[in-house]
Design a protein around this ligand. Structure first.
Ligand SMILES: Nc1nc2c(ncn2[C@@H]2O[C@H](COP(=O)(O)OP(=O)(O)OP(=O)(O)O)[C@@H](O)[C@H]2O)c(=O)[nH]1
Ligand SMILES: [Mg+2]
Length: 466
């Protein structure tokens, strides 16, 4: 009887869970949240993190990562993940792309990866238990578009519609949205359901979201799965859009029908995603591409600031004790990282850090109050440029050189200096900011270069590897 129980799938499941709890209790298992809007660099970051831990873990390459500096790292490798129902992060595809001088493709579905770091504990309880220890790190990657749905969790259909219609009625969206706004204004939403009309309007709204993303580079684009549907492509649950409020919407009316789809989307899609994947994080890195937002102008920069501050509210932060860590982990260390700093000269990294710091200052203050350790830094997961000094009219200029995507040629640029704080419309430079994009450069010896990835690792993982 006992032996059959011992061999049963349920017993094995309990055994696995008990092991995981023990590892969590001993701090040997952490779940790292890699958070960032679409194109902020999540996939490049995870690929680089795994690569540097598993293939380039040397003192020269990661001098500020103490487990390597003190020669206590034995080895790191990717190991089978615990969540069996989601795709494995395509690390090999990513690294092969980078080695061929191409960026990994945009993420279309959720995927996960587990890394095991085997090391020699320096001292304390862990060193007494065993000569070697293993830290497991769970990461998930997902389309950035899905993240922007989290604020919908707090909104009913009427308030969500109100917010979205406000946005649609303002610059820069209004000039594109006029036709759609006229179409929804001309319909009797208390009338009976016309599926054909709803499908056409949903397609029109989807077209608008695409335009806002591709042309205007905006960040608040809901529902996110209209842009990146994953397995939901073509499903009616995605066919909704904001509507002017109707006070008495009978069951069977157009309004009621759209509202029901919104509610189902929030409950089944957004809440499901959030509960399954976004609870239980121990550490977090928020990646922010400030340079692209600066290049897009004042409106886009402001919207990005708001989006990031809205997102942070959806994670749970605070210090957790031994028992809480087992069952209810909370994020106790949070890193804000301004990505793609290889687009700047090294002496402007500080400006970028200050700019990021100033856009998150209120949230940061509250979190520090709650005991969360926070840092802000400018980094680059994969350096696409090399610094070069150029002499012009007797003056030495710190430039960057790389294979520019727009011209497909090796180019040398004197990068713009980013502002140290958000600028008002009046202060915004007349010709804006320009930061050309480059293909990744793997270097002559096939090594992948980074900027401050070792500082990132030390901040997020260093104390767990003591
Ligand atoms: N120069 C430079 N460019 C980067 C770096 N990281 C990302 N990029 C650029 O940013 C683009 C987006 O990076 P991804 O890692 O795919 O971004 P993501 O957050 O995973 O995006 P989604 O999957 O669409 O949510 C890349 O294709 C590169 O062009 C970096 O460290 N340096
Ligand atoms: Mg991605």
């Amino acid at each position: 009887m006992f032996s059959s129980l011992k061999n049963s799938a349920t017993f094995k499941q309990y055994q696995l869970q008990a092991q995981q709890l023990l590892q969590r209790g001993l701090d040997q298992h952490i779940k790292l949240a890699v958070t960032g809007l679409s194109r902020s660099g999540k996939t490049a970051f995870i690929t680089a993190l795994v690569h540097h831990l598993t293939e380039q873990a040397t003192k020269q390459n990661l001098p500020f990562f103490s487990v390597i500096q003190s020669e206590r790292l034995i080895a790191a490798k990717t190991v089978p993940q615990s969540e069996l129902d989601i795709t494995t992060f395509p690390y090999r595809d990513g690294i092969n792309s980078l080695k061929q001088g191409l960026w990994p493709s945009s993420t279309e579905r959720i995927n996960t990866l587990r890394i095991a770091i085997k090391y020699r504990p320096a001292s304390g309880l862990r060193a007494q238990i065993s000569e070697t220890q293993t830290l497991l790190i769970d990461l998930i990657d997902y389309p950035g578009e899905w993240l922007m749905d989290l604020p919908m969790l707090e909104l009913n259909f009427a308030s969500w519609s109100w917010q979205q219609l406000e946005l649609l009625n303002q610059s820069p969206r209004l000039q594109h949205a006029e036709a759609f706004l006229n179409h929804i204004a001309a319909i009797d939403w208390q009338g009976p359901v016309d599926e054909q009309q709803l499908t056409e309007l949903a397609t029109e709204y989807q077209g608008l979201l695409r335009k806002f993303k591709d042309e205007l580079k905006l960040s608040v684009l809901q529902p996110g799965r209209m842009l990146m549907p994953g397995d939901l492509a073509g499903a009616p649950i995605l066919a909704f859009f904001p509507l002017p409020e109707v006070t008495q919407a009978e069951e069977g009316s157009m309004y009621h029908h759209v509202k029901t789809r919104y509610q189902a989307y929030v409950k089944e899609v957004v809440q499901g995603f959030y509960q399954q994947h976004f609870s239980q994080f121990d550490r977090q890195i928020v990646l922010v591409d400030l340079l692209d937002a600066l290049a897009q102008g004042h409106d886009v920069f402001n919207e990005q600031t708001q989006a990031i501050n809205q997102l942070i509210r959806h994670f749970s932060y605070g210090k957790s004790n031994f028992i809480k860590r087992l069952f209810q982990p909370k994020i106790d260390k949070l890193l804000f990282a301004a990505t793609k700093s290889d687009h700047l000269s090294a002496h402007h990294h500080k400006d970028l850090t200050l700019l990021l710091d100033s856009i998150i200052s209120t949230a940061k203050n509250d979190l520090i109050f709650d005991g969360v350790k926070i840092d802000t830094m400018a980094m680059s997961s994969v350096s696409a440029t090399t610094p070069v000094m150029v002499e012009q009219k007797g003056e030495k200029l710190s430039c960057i050189r790389g294979k520019e995507i727009a011209s497909n040629q090796l180019m040398t640029y004197l990068p713009a200096q980013p502002p140290m704080r958000p600028l008002t419309v009046q202060e915004w430079p007349q010709h804006g900011f320009q930061f050309p994009a480059f293909y990744p450069d793997v270097g002559s010896n096939n090594g992948i270069r980074h900027i401050r990835l070792d500082h990132v690792m030390e901040f997020l993982l260093g104390d767990k590897l003591k």
